[in-house]
Every structure is written in C-alpha cells, then in structure tokens.
Design a protein around this ligand. Sequence first.
Ligand code: FES
Length: 153
Amino acid sequence: MDFDLPAVKPSSESTDAEDRSPSKVTYLHYRAIVANDWDIEDDDLFEKAAKAKLDHADYGVIEAERNESLLRSAEENDLKWPFQCRSGTCAMCTGVVVDGDAEMEMNLFLEDEEIDEMNLRLTCTCFPESDEVKIVCGAIQTDYVRDIARNRG
Ligand code: FES
C-alpha cells in the first residue's frame, strides 16, 4: 500500500534560519511598566525604559538566534520569563511585540485578532523574523492575558 505523505519542513530548524544573523531583541518586563506607572501603549515606552536604569531582568537587549524561540534565547541570557507548557497551549509565556516581527510556529491558544491586532505572541514557540524586535515580556501579568488564561480552555 502506498501513501502520499505531505512534505514536512521544520521551518525553525531550516538552514535558512541558521544562516541568518541573530535578531537584536529588546525586552521590557511588564512588571517594570507597572512599577513605573507607564502604559504599554505609550509611544515612547522603550525610550523611557532605556533611560530608567532598570535591572537586567526587566530591560535589556539580547541576541536571539533565528532558529531558537524567544523564550529559549531569554533563558540563555539568564532571564527568567514565565512559562508553563512550552508547547503553545497556555498563555503563561505571552509577550507583546511592540516593534518588529516574530512568528509562532505553534499556537493552540491565541485567537487571530489577538495576534494580528494586539500583537500577542507565545514566546515559547515564537521566533524572531525581523532584524530587530521589541517585546514586552511577562504579559501574563496584564489583566487581559490573565483573564484569557483563566477562562479559555
Ligand atoms: S509556555 Fe504555554 S504557550 Fe508558551
């Protein structure tokens, strides 16, 4: 018996991804936004964060390989971003991409409009696409993400 199996290409592990230079990822933890009474919608949010002399855990720049998830790259830089399943099925690792492009290879939780309009991403399955990415991590602490984590399932 013959089967025609679909071609499967693991995009995150492709040679193309390995050949591309790392992405420069600037991160800001949501708890620092709250602590400084900023708003995630502030146009100058990352400029304010850069001037605020925040701790490495709350603000900084890392190099992220194209074939590694944002969560994994953060961990390799000694950052402890929240996570639970590591497989795109919960919301614990959610970040908000403020600038640049980062694509999820697996998402079994977020709705289309949360991705397209709110720029939410599951960092455990999300890979940097653009040369520079700005992301608010720790978005599970926002009212919105906490609510969908509790109520969707
Ligand atoms: S840790 Fe659950 S979706 Fe990323």
